[in-house]
Design a protein around this ligand. Structure first.
Ligand code: PLP
Length: 394
């Protein structure tokens, strides 16, 4: 007898993947240029030259046995020192390399945190709209996900619902800002209030509630949006980061967990994260890409493309009558669908070969996600198609 849950996860495609596959099939019929696929969050701008240059330098110059060999389970000490120094310079923190655990992208970072922190019966709070894989990760860690409904006027945190949901079983709260799918950046006020609630509830229950900050979109922000560095506001924070989006290297699978050194028993928490990495078989993130990430720690790919796409699409959709919360970052828009049933709306869009993802899977029905990490010319060609769709609702 196989593990039925895993069979289910391995068999059922996500709505996003379904749409993506549908787009490929349609492209074979009507031509790729006639399919307006906004389904997947795969970066569309190339990695900066510094990534390839660094990789080539390491491949040409380093001792190949060392380069391709195992690093320490948590990552190469020199790499981790470089990453810690960069975080300290940028955010005024006092990390050492020993506070960082290199991982196979943000996904593994999240799994290491969740498995390291949670015991069976624990709860992890997540705010809608949210990245749907969270539920899979949380349940595999033996915990259950408690979903807080969205505050749809601004997609900041719905504190009324949150405060009611926190209880002695709450082991962690998982936040994602800039947010996939809404693009919203949590304001400093939101983060301060979140920290206050968590301090108060941790004191009331006599045990820390950890905050897991999932930040793969930290660098992708627009119009001067500022992303508060959460460990500055709440010390029981674990930051999950990856270079998948900022350096456009999602296939290289490189990221880290940073355990805030000032949290109580931080060494024990780090040990739990490392232990989870070991139990999950995640030790030793790519040796080459640990080095590349350290070399490129202050670089990003050309994010101006996303800024232009966002402006074109946001202005265009609003002119057509769509309502959309201003996204401060990422490469997603999350407008309201033009009818309450987001699945029906997505189907109707499909009839125009316009592929947008229903919001229900992100915990916010009545919305659709548009991943605009596509060539700008596709946005320009898609605008009249969005207009044709909008016209059907007038
Ligand atoms: N968290 C969020 C919010 C994401 O959108 C993604 C990927 O799309 C991930 C985590 C996983 O990122 P990675 O590719 O670094 O594992």
């Amino acid at each position: 007898m196989l593990n039925e849950k895993m069979v289910g996860l391995g068999t059922a495609r996500s709505v996003i993947r379904e749409l993506f596959e549908y787009g490929r099939q349609r492209a074979a019929v009507v031509g790729a240029e006639n399919v307006y696929d906004f389904s997947l969050g795969n970066p569309s701008v190339p990695a900066p030259d510094s990534v390839n240059e660094s990789a080539i330098r390491w491949l040409r110059g380093a001792d190949p046995v060392l380069l391709h060999g195992y690093t320490s389970a948590a990552g190469d000490p020199a790499v981790k020192k470089t990453l810690a120094d960069a975080l300290n310079a940028r955010f005024g923190m006092d990390y050492t390399g020993d506070d960082l655990y290199c991982t196979v992208g943000a996904a593994a970072a999240l799994c290491c945190c969740l498995n390291g922190l949670c015991n069976p019966g624990d709860e992890v709070v997540v705010f809608a709209p949210y990245f749907p894989e969270y539920k899979v990760f949380i349940e595999k860690a033996g915990a259950s996900m408690v979903l807080i409904p969205p505050q749809i006027e601004d997609f900041q945190i719905n504190f009324e619902a949150f405060e009611k949901a926190v209880n002695p079983r709450t082991k962690a709260v998982l936040v994602n800002s800039p947010n996939n799918p809404s693009g919203v950046v949590y304001s400093e006020e939101t983060i301060r209030r979140l920290a206050q609630v968590l301090e108060a509830k941790s004191a009331e229950f006599g045990s820390p509630i950890y905050l897991i900050a999932d930040e793969p979109y930290r660098e992708i922000v627009f119009d001067g949006a500022v992303v508060p560095y959460i460990p500055k506001y709440y010390k029981n924070t674990l930051v999950c980061y990856s270079w998948s989006k900022s350096l456009s290297i999602p296939g290289e699978r490189i990221g880290y967990v940073a355990v805030t050194p000032s949290m109580a028993e931080s060494e024990l928490v780090f040990a739990a994260v490392a232990g989870a990495g070991r139990a999950l078989g995640y030790v030793n993130a790519s040796s080459l890409f640990q080095r590349v990430a350290a070399d490129c720690v202050n670089d990003t790919s050309d994010l101006s493309v996303y800024a232009e796409n966002r402006r074109l699409l946001l202005d265009g959709l609003r002119d057509m009558g769509f309502t959309c919360v201003e996204p401060g970052g990422t490469f997603y828009l999350f407008p309201r669908s033009l009818e309450p049933d987001d699945f029906a709306f997505s189907e109707r869009a499909k009839a125009h070969d316009l592929l947008v993802v229903p919001g229900a899977g992100f915990g916010a029905p009545g919305h659709v996600r548009i991943a605009y990490c596509v060539p700008t010319e596709r946005i320009k060609r898609a605008l009249p198609v969005f207009e044709a769709l909008a016209k059907e609702y007038r």
